[in-house]
Design a protein around this ligand. Structure first.
Ligand code: HEC
Length: 132
């Protein structure tokens, strides 16, 4: 198994080790991953966010961000599953997950490998979640 926290090192430069993000540049993951996972379609969305990145203006916690989230398709399926499980359970997110939440598996990630979306298409997908 991939070590979840070691994969998160690749995210921490932007989202910070405490998941706080950086004002004006990188959205927080604390309190926000649970929000994504509670939205209808959020589970499938967050896998594709990791595989294909994201580009477009979003609002998180009342603040606007308009940056580029890089794609992490170079990671193995199990590494993506591990980092998703990490961010879903850190910083209080574990207390706000939907009741039917299940841990991500490598197979969950693999199922989206052939979608081959662009970061802009991931943005379109995000709009269907009803997040702000
Ligand atoms: C180079 C900086 C950078 C790195 C590295 C990075 N991100 Fe991001 N991330 C961003 C930016 C910028 C956004 C917001 C994109 C936008 O404004 O469209 C974002 C958004 C997100 C979101 C919220 C998406 C949404 O729809 O609200 C999540 C979750 C996320 N990143 C997880 C991760 C994880 C997990 C990693 C590590 C595997 C990671 N990020 C690595 C810059 C980064």
């Amino acid at each position: 198994m991939a070590q979840p926290s070691s994969v998160y090192n690749q995210c921490a430069g932007c989202h910070q080790s405490g998941g706080t993000g950086l004002a004006g540049a990188f959205p927080p993951l604390a309190g926000h991953v649970s929000e994504i996972l509670s939205a209808k379609g959020g589970r499938d969305y967050i896998i594709q966010l990791l595989l294909y990145g994201l580009q477009g203006e979003i609002t998180v916690g009342g603040a606007k961000y308009n940056g580029v989230m890089p794609a992490f398709a170079q990671l193995k399926d199990e590494q993506i599953a591990a980092v998703l499980n990490h961010i879903a359970t850190q910083w209080g997110n574990d207390k706000m997950l939907p009741a039917d939440h299940k841990a991500f598996t490598a197979d969950d990630v693999k199922a989206f490998r052939d979608k081959k979306l662009t970061a802009a298409q991931v943005y379109d997908l995000r709009k269907t979640l009803g997040l702000k």
